[in-house]
Design a protein around this ligand. Sequence first.
Ligand code: PMV
Ligand code: SF4
Length: 411
Amino acid sequence: MFLTNEEEKMANGEYGETIRKSMDILIALGDIYGAEKFVDIKSAQVSGVSYKTIGQAGLEYLEDLASTSEIIYNENGTISDKSGIATISATLNPAGTDLDNWEDFGFPADFARKQVDICNAYGALGISTTCTCTPYLIGNVPRFGDHVSWSESSAVAYVNSVIGARTNREGGPGALAAAIVGKTPLYGFHLEENRKANLLVEVESELERADFGALGYAVGQIVKDGIPYFKMQNKPYEVSNGNLKALGAALASSGAVALYHVEDVTPEFANAAIDDVENKITITKDDIVSTREKLSTADGYADLVCLGCPHASLEEVKEVAEIVKGKKIKNELWVCTSINIKEAAKRLGYLETIEKAGGKICCDTCMVVAPIEQMGYEVIGVNSAKAANYVPSMCGLRVIYNDIEDLLDFE
Ligand SMILES: C[C@@](O)(CCOP(=O)(O)O)CC(=O)O
Ligand code: SF4
């Protein structure tokens, strides 16, 4: 890989150990994937936050990395990019607990303390501890064409496909290293020629709500790490950002999709070279119905209904509030989102409505990365195909996949 003089200095340790170690990771990635050089990035999203997924070894790695960073100020008072601290817009994926209210939710205390240590180490490295997988809803919003380094597969799919920024499917350490040095190796989805479709998907029926996740799950299994191009029956204005969030998350969990196009909806569909694509599949109403059924591993009553995978938008929190308004929910209900969306929901009265009905808004974490398997739950109700895919494998619990009102039981 070609390195500029400045990058050589970074790699040789002239700007400290944190930058040197980060450059080591990035140069190794660049060499593996055949990158010729680095590109400057505008934003990073760093996964690998829950104590459940990174454990003690992860915590020690982060504390070690943070111990050698040192804030250096530029003459104008801003933090120097030679500090070993992220100076670009950089946000953190969900943690394993609600950071403020972990006791109220019954998260184990030892786990919660380790979780705080992990978040503090990330904070010391300049990563904003907002702990969400939908950072694009709370201010980490790159622009079309920006180079970024994002981990979290659902956020990668969203930022590439819906926003039109450019990232590979990074892992947590790669995205963290990129955040610290402000650069990433230039290859893969950063290059225009690698963003064209290679599978045409004709969707034969109109979709609503949890159908979008089912579509993503079914197509992800077929397309794997390819780039699907969807022709939908729904009118473009009927496809919401929430629908795209669910579609991309599911595509990225049953497959390894980083980018998809939806005709007349996503910003790069016209450059996807669909006329050159030879592979074509059709998804029928029956395919959607059977995929929805397949995603459930239990039926009947869910003792915990967990919404917000990926983390809920304000519109989705409002939808939940409207469904439960004036009722009493029998199940336990968590709506998972960021602290930012929870605060807005509080101002607008949605939090009070949900709490009066017996539900909770759970910040910073989710049904997959929280240790829910240690908390006495057995059957989890979800409206996310990604969550339905991961809860059985990552938590060992059974799931019911359905629309919100069909998951909830009322008194
Ligand atoms: C399942 C997932 O959404 C969250 C868990 O990952 P992590 O703990 O942030 O590495 C990761 C992903 O899909 O990229
Ligand atoms: S499993 Fe879902 S809610 Fe949890 S971090 Fe991943 S996308 Fe977000």
